[in-house]
Design a protein around this ligand. Structure first.
Ligand code: AMP
Ligand code: MG
Length: 410
């Protein structure tokens, strides 16, 4: 094709998609369901954590000013404070207490000497220890409020919730959190040649796009619903699509290129979906179409199984992540080096399926032997997509390349 110049570049296409994404209403979910979501509101701390200065080491709580003279310094040990206990003694000048990690620091102490830097005095009668090393005030003390201060901001609205963030919320005794609700995603396959996996094929092939996309949607944090398989007629595509109510996103696959029975674009237009882009300068995935009606986003993904997965990765997943409140949604890119050679004509950016492994200080990307987008095998075992830039025509062994980790890998 000679029309490459009129096609949208990949990043511009994604920017257009993201500009269409509406904010979603808030729902409250339990913390176990919070992973990968974002906070819909600021969360203030209800508790100061840790509630007291406490020891970061097993050792001796001391006054740093007691250790400024010649070493070792012999100190009486007033008591042992365990995690979960309350100290009974104040550490007055010239004394110390034995303390365990996490135990509250007694009054008067301002530092901890680790156990390995002290030597208990044998047969000393009274409990005594020789401190072998001087310390700075504050050493091995975890200060009160290091994690949270009651009444202060704990986590801001928009914060992505990973395991440590959820841990901070758990530490507050918070049991549920406000998050943008999960996007509901309808998935429609189109094609006369398709059947369900549980049907006798009778000359047809199994619709693999719908279940694959459903898994990709779920992995991205959306709630997939399968609409079924439409025939390659205007009426059938229209009937299925007009039944899709209450969804935030509708994904169709196939029927979006320039074949005689490619009706998806036309039917979307007839149903009042405003088309915002069609055809992107990428391979695989060129015939992508994106539209919007009301607050629902429509993606007409290409039918080739690998093309639908690649376009999902480049455009649908970022949109779902934006719906979920993430601000950083473009696919991650890491630097790697090409293990092999690649050639193409300029015009389209290629997203080459590769298996990347770390060797000798680099992430080496080896293209899979099959790259045809019709074959799922060209996606199986891919760990990354290698970005072969639009205007480039060859890449040599060892060349630096951009790699996008795929979210549909094992
Ligand atoms: P189309 O975009 O309709 O020209 O389809 C492109 C290719 O993808 C054809 O070889 C189709 O048979 C195949 N294909 C389309 N939809 C699916 C699907 N849901 N599952 C598996 N293959 C499909
Ligand atoms: Mg077709």
């Amino acid at each position: 094709m000679n029309d490459a110049a009129t096609l949208l570049p990949e990043d511009e296409a994604r920017a257009r998609v993201l500009a269409l994404v509406p904010p979603l209403a808030t729902e409250w979910v339990s913390l176990d369901e919070g992973l990968g979501r974002t906070l819909a509101e600021d969360v203030m701390a209800q508790r100061t954590l840790p509630p007291w200065d406490n020891s970061a080491m097993d050792g001796y709580a001391v006054r740093a000013s007691d250790l400024t003279g010649p070493l070792p310094v012999r100190l009486p040990v007033l008591e042992t404070v365990y995690a979960g206990a309350t100290p009974r003694h104040e550490v007055r000048p010239g004394t110390c207490v034995r303390i365990m990690t996490g135990a509250p620091l007694p009054e008067g102490a301002d530092a901890v000497v680790m156990r390995e830097r002290a030597r208990p005095v044998p047969n000393g009668g009274a409990d005594q220890v020789d401190i072998l090393e001087a310390v700075e005030a504050g050493q091995f003390v975890r200060p009160r409020g290091e994690d949270a201060h009651e009444g202060a901001l704990l986590l801001a609205r928009g914060t992505p919730l990973g395991i440590p963030e959820l841990g901070l919320l758990w530490g507050q005794g918070q049991l549920s959190i406000p998050v943008p609700r999960a996007p509901r995603v309808a998935i429609l396959s189109t094609g006369d040649e398709l059947c369900r996996a549980d049907e006798p094929p009778k000359g047809r092939i199994v619709d693999t796009n719908a279940p694959s996309l459903a898994l990709a949607v779920r992995r991205a944090g959306g709630l997939p619903s399968l609409l079924g398989i439409a025939q390659d007629t205007r009426d059938s595509v229209s009937e299925f699509l007009s039944r899709a109510h209450g969804f935030d996103v509708v994904l169709t696959s196939a029927g979006v290129s320039v074949g005689e029975r490619d009706y998806v674009k036309e039917v979307l237009a007839a149903l009042g979906v405003e088309q915002h882009l069609w055809r992107v300068a990428i391979k695989p995935g060129k015939p992508l179409v994106v539209g919007k009606r009301g607050s629902t986003l429509f993606f007409g993904l290409p039918g080739n199984p690998t093309s639908s997965l690649v376009t999902f990765e480049l455009f649908v997943r970022p949109a779902l992540r934006r719906l979920l409140g993430h601000s950083d949604v473009a696919p991650i890119r890491v630097s790697g080096r090409l293990d092999g050679r690649l050639a193409k004509s300029p015009g389209l950016a290629h997203f080459v399926r590769v298996t990347a492994t770390w060797r000798e200080g680099s992430l080496w990307a080896r293209p899979l032997s099959t790259q045809t987008s019709g074959a799922l095998r060209s996606a199986a075992s891919a760990t990354h997509l290698l970005h072969f830039p639009r205007e480039a025509s060859s890449l040599s062994h060892g060349d630096g390349v951009e790699l996008l980790p795929v979210s549909w890998g094992a």
